[in-house]
Design a protein around this ligand. Structure first.
Ligand SMILES: Nc1ncnc2c1ncn2[C@@H]1O[C@H](COP(=O)(O)OP(=O)(O)OP(=O)(O)O)[C@@H](O)[C@H]1O
Length: 237
């Protein structure tokens, strides 16, 4: 459902992505794990048509994002929790998106319920939201169209331990209902608890991919991650 095929991205001489290939199938959660600056956001932005690959291709549901029919309804994305108008209420943000997607207003109530924002919270302006509330609102917006594919960039940012546990359950439920979930994070623990498949990235390159058990077989997952990313840094130095 998601496919990166030899994607590279160069910013003014900086190679943010270098020959990245991996796929995400239906009914599964893929953790896209890498340290700060590894290239995760760049890859997700290319997938969602917000940035152009220097070479290679990224497709979702078999096509480049921009060529899909109703892409924002079929592919839910949470990229930047701060990208919303601070003067709008959460409910207004969701209603505007629902209208743009041709969805009924009842869907707004459903997603508010799904992400655990109360009626009262939804009537407050986004500028007064905590980071965790902004993340919940971003998730609600991503889920509006009941998308087949979800692309979540660091979704646990700002959530408290209860919120993180809730998010894990939500992500698992989404995959269990046949959706493909691509979840980026720099936190190994967050990824290993929810992902069926892990793609490790460092300095723009895929360092390893497989299940948590496969990747951690020799030295444990954490040691493998640290060793591989340190090696990628040394190689680039
Ligand atoms: N618009 C841009 N112009 C120039 N360089 C950029 C741009 N966007 C990203 N980069 C560079 O590309 C590399 C990858 O950045 P990216 O934001 O994709 O990493 P990341 O893995 O998402 O990091 P983080 O976990 O910190 O969000 C970094 O070296 C970054 O400085």
């Amino acid at each position: 459902m998601i496919e990166f095929n030899r994607v590279s991205k160069v910013y003014k001489g900086v190679k943010a992505l270098d020959d990245v290939s991996f796929a995400v199938g239906p009914g599964s959660v893929t953790g896209f794990l890498g340290p700060n600056g590894a290239g995760k956001s760049t890859a997700l932005r290319i997938l969602l048509g917000l940035s152009r690959a220097t070479s290679g291709s990224a497709t979702v549901l078999g096509r480049p994002y921009g060529e899909l029919d109703r892409p924002a309804a079929r592919v839910g994305a949470l990229l930047d929790a701060d990208a919303r108008h601070p003067g709008r209420t959460g409910r207004e943000v969701l209603t505007l998106t629902a209208t743009a997607l041709g969805l009924p207003g009842t869907r707004v109530e459903e997603v508010l319920d799904l992400v655990g924002l109360t009626g009262r919270e939804s009537r407050r302006t986004v500028g007064g939201y905590s980071l965790g509330m902004r993340q919940r609102l971003g998730l609600a917006e991503a889920l509006l169209g009941e998308p087949e594919v979800l692309v979540l960039d660091e979704p646990a940012n700002g959530l408290d331990p209860q919120g993180i546990r809730w998010l894990r359950g939500l992500i698992r439920d989404l995959a269990a209902s046949g959706r493909a979930v691509l979840l980026s994070s720099h936190l190994l623990h967050e990824v290993e608890q929810v992902a069926d498949h892990i793609v490790m990235i460092g300095r723009g390159r895929v360092l390893a991919q497989g299940t948590a058990a496969e990747l951690g077989r020799d030295r444990g997952l954490e040691e493998t991650f640290i060793e591989l990313t340190a090696h990628a840094d040394r190689g680039a130095a």
